[in-house]
Design a protein around this ligand. Sequence first.
Ligand code: ZN
Length: 325
Amino acid sequence: MQLEGLHHVTAITGDASLNVAFYTQVLGLHLVKKTVNQDDVSAYHLFYGDDTGNPGTELTFFDWPMAGPQHSGAGSISAIALGVHGREALEWWVQRFESFKVPHEGIQARGDNQKAVVAFRDPEGQRLELVDDEGRLKGLPWKGSPVPAAMAIHGLYAVRLIAKSLDPTARLLTETLGFRQSGTYQSEQHSTVYVFEVGTGGPGAEVHLDVRPEVSFGRPGIGGVHHVAFRTPNDEEQLQWRQQISRKISSVTPVIDRFYFHSVYFREPGGVLFEIATDGPGFATDEDPAHLGERLALPPFLEPHRQEIEENLRPIVPFHLAALS
Ligand code: ZN
């Protein structure tokens, strides 16, 4: 039994309309599901991914305008890395970021193997990176994307966590979750980042642990990440994971039916919220695959409350983000 890498990353936006415009029009991701946070139905839960929202390609957002800005620090996820195929794609993206006035740091070489990375921020300050995945991520480009298929984002590459100390999180990753340490690199702040990988390793299967004893604990909010989820193929293995994790961590939730997948949550010892999510049933379970994300989707237990829920949501206003020519 092993985890199959990253399933999704969930972050926080305070402006759903701007979020949809940026992630679909600039990054060219497919809005595969527009639903609500099942624990707070006044908030949208927006799912972006590849053409069908395959596990491992999903970047999702809760719309919490009142959340206030996030403060990065220990116990938070400080960067979400996404994969593109090849250095030419990174060069193309640098031009695209220039034309859309997206703040970015150009192509940087990272670590012993000089991995090519472009760090950038979304309009609310969310830190993201594009990394050359050397063609290894298999997400299928959205057919309606404004980004040419050869330049497309193919899925999640890695997440970076900040921890005050290495041991507690490293031990959970290696002794309980089946990760192994595969390298290190220096962060922009000259701290040491430890790279862990799981399963086949590499793109889509990495967690980077930035060890910074001097920083205080972060606070989640707009422009920050809420949690990261890892893939398990089915319900049986998910239950085994739950048992195994419960031996080390007391606060593991029961299995929760998120309708598009099943979830178990727990906080790792460094403070970051982790989730183990099943690959299925997937996003086509309640919508025609050709029309994913076009209307508000509600799981069956919320469908009777549709009118009330829709009246409480702020409408998502379509608008066009223009590139400078
Ligand atoms: Zn989740």
